[in-house]
Design a protein. Structure first.
Length: 362
């Protein structure tokens, strides 16, 4: 596994009180850890912290290290405490010496990264989200050389637009509308990549002459009406995801999943009803929370609303007599952001996640 580049954000400007409020060291955290080849920042963070994305807040400058921003396989990371009793993670030998010192031997290895793209690429489906107006502006397939309504790999399709010869294009089917359950607003449509091809002949739509694409990468049936978008326009991801806690004020819901299943777990992709309009960014980590089951008081004592009699349900309006807490059940990382909706990868989950589970800043 290749080792990747990353830069740790120094937390020197954070006050001791903020560190104490935000950092939670795991009860079984070791006193030291030797970085191994193939480690990522997320892996190492999980050894020490309950909130792995807060790793930079635990990092402190160690003058013994010539370049304190990088860690390498073989480095020892030590969990120590400063004069105020606050936790800090440093690189160094068992006995820390805080006098400046030049590294005697240069590392011939690459530094450890945060979360590399290739580590999660197998789980990212290259789908996208478009508004109705955006879809109406896209070119689409009007037919094929075989005259069928649908076909598979190795055929030509015709497009109602002037395309660039030699340019590769992605072919997309229109999926379901993404509806915000809180506002009933249409957030856009999930469009699904069903194949790729290359333009072999440009058209001239002023004369009603379509362009030609040779399909060389169909993943499912490609039909008339499928949308055409230049390859990479909606498929670009950073080579490294720098994870951070999402904005404190952010709160939303899981509104859909690409797999369209009732429940989903680690490495599934979900849709969140928040996006650029709410200052969400690629790399933001959110905690998934679920409200504990509703409870009503009955003549026989407290019962779960779902298990109680019809009369008790009517008298309580099918709600709970108590404001039950919401418990954290997983974390997701945003990897694609649109105006009002985002795609996120499930990093971990204690129980299968569902549509309408809440997401908040960690």
């Amino acid at each position: 596994m290749l080792i990747r580049i990353f830069s740790l954000i120094l937390g020197l400007t954070l006050s001791v009180s903020i560190l104490a409020d935000e950092l939670t060291i795991k009860s079984d955290a070791p006193k030291s850890y030797i970085v191994k080849k193939g480690d990522t920042l997320w892996d190492i963070s999980g050894v020490f912290l309950k909130q792995p994305w807060l790793w930079p807040k635990l990092w402190r400058l160690n003058p013994e290290i010539n370049n304190p921003h990088l860690i390498y396989p073989g480095d020892e990371l030590r969990l120590v405490f400063d004069e105020n009793g606050q936790p800090m993670l440093v690189k160094g030998k068992p006995e820390l010496k805080w006098s400046p010192k030049i590294r005697k031997q240069l590392k011939d290895q690459n530094p450890v990264s945060t979360l590399p793209l290739h580590a999660i690429a197998p789980y990212i489906r290259y789908d996208s989200v478009k508004s109705l107006a955006e879809l109406e502006a896209l070119p689409y397939i009007i037919g094929s050389d075989e005259g069928y309504k649908s076909s598979i790999d190795g055929f030509k399709v015709y497009i109602n637009s002037d395309l660039t010869i030699g340019q590769s294009y992605g072919i997309y089917n229109k999926g379901d509308a993404i509806v915000d359950p809180e506002t009933n607003e249409n957030l856009g449509y999930n469009i699904q990549l069903v194949g790729t091809g290359k333009a072999t002949q440009t058209g001239d739509m002023s004369k009603k002459q379509p362009s030609t694409i040779y399909i060389d990468g169909a993943t499912r049936e490609i039909r008339s009406g499928a949308f055409v978008i230049p390859v990479n326009k909606d498929q670009q991801f950073p080579s490294i995801f720098t994870m951070r806690a999402a904005p404190e004020e952010l709160s939303g819901l899981i509104v859909s999943s690409l797999a369209k299943l009732r429940e989903f777990a680690k490495f599934d992709v979900v849709m969140i009803n928040k996006g650029q309009s709410q200052n969400l960014q690629v790399g933001d980590v959110l905690t998934v929370k679920r409200k504990s089951p509703a409870v009503v008081e009955t003549d026989n004592g407290p019962q779960y609303t779902k298990d109680t009699s019809r009369w008790n349900k009517l008298s309580s309006n099918n709600l709970s007599d108590y404001d039950m807490p919401a418990e954290a059940i997983g974390q997701v990382m945003v990897f694609r952001v649109y105006d009002k909706v985002s795609m996120a990868l499930i990093l971990n989950s204690e129980t299968p996640l569902r549509v309408l589970d809440g997401v908040t800043a960690p």
